[in-house]
Design a protein around this ligand. Structure first.
Ligand code: FMN
Length: 228
């Protein structure tokens, strides 16, 4: 069934995708200027992305997981915290991503910082955050987002928008603004402990810099350069 989503003929005009390309800046990333750990290097780049990157949500990242047959799926989530222990995001524990992570915790996080001709790719292992950490973050969310976490059985099929709105309205009546919303048991964080982190900087003539930190058995990091 065709749904009218307000697309006009002008919106549908084809782009010449094959000829769409940008010249990336010449300033590179060298081994000598890298921080001692990937998290420190990430902190530097994140600050630049947030302050001068001109991005709407520099903490938006693409999280990729795999199902039991190894079939990948990706979606955007917001990074809410990072430190030497890892990268933290929050979600519904019954969602597709969370179910996949509980069976296979290997995950990829990708930060698409296109306006800076940069990307960061984290490969690592995801573990649920503790309940105290989850509760502390949940308390910082706006009231409406707290209700939303209860109202939506994320990733399941819903009959209609009306069903979703009715579930929200019922919760809003039960927990009016100002009343504490309990932390949903099916909601919480994942902390991704990095095993490798690649920093990609676009350079001229497609000769980009790719520097990858790889975790060593002794807790240190090896840095290797990858061909672009
Ligand atoms: C910019 C942006 C930020 C998002 N942030 C989150 C988030 O922090 N947590 C979350 O569960 N979903 C977030 N979503 C929604 C997810 O992309 C996704 O639709 C949802 O988590 C269900 O994914 P799944 O069915 O693959 O598990 C965000 C979407 C966008 C576009």
């Amino acid at each position: 069934m065709r749904q009218d989503v307000g697309v006009t003929d002008r919106d549908a005009a084809p782009f010449d995708l094959a000829s769409m390309r940008k010249h990336y800046r010449a300033e590179g990333l060298s081994e000598t200027e890298l921080a001692a750990t990937p998290v420190e290097q990430f902190a530097r780049w994140f600050k630049q992305a947030a302050v001068e990157g001109g991005m709407f949500e520099p903490n938006a990242m693409v999280v990729s997981t795999a199902d039991e047959r190894g079939r990948p799926s990706s979606r955007t989530v917001l990074l809410k915290h990072f430190d030497e222990q890892g990268f933290v995001f929050y979600t519904n524990y019954d969602s597709r991503k969370a179910r996949e992570l509980s069976a296979d915790p290997y995950v990829s996080l990708l930060f698409p910082w296109h306006p800076m001709a940069r990307q960061v790719i984290v490969s690592g292992v995801a573990r649920p955050t503790g309940r105290d950490e989850t509760a502390a973050y949940f308390r910082t969310r706006p009231h409406g987002s707290q209700l939303g976490a209860w109202a939506s059985a994320q990733s399941s099929v819903v009959a209609s928008r009306a069903e979703l709105d009715a579930a929200y309205a019922e919760l809003a009546a039960r927990y009016p603004e100002g009343e504490q919303v309990p932390v949903p048991p099916h909601w919480g964080g994942f902390r991704v402990a990095p095993e490798s982190v690649e920093f990609w900087q676009g350079r001229e003539n497609r000769l980009h810099d790719r520097l990858r930190y790889v975790a060593e058995a002794d807790g240190g990091w090896r840095v290797e350069r990858l061909a672009p």
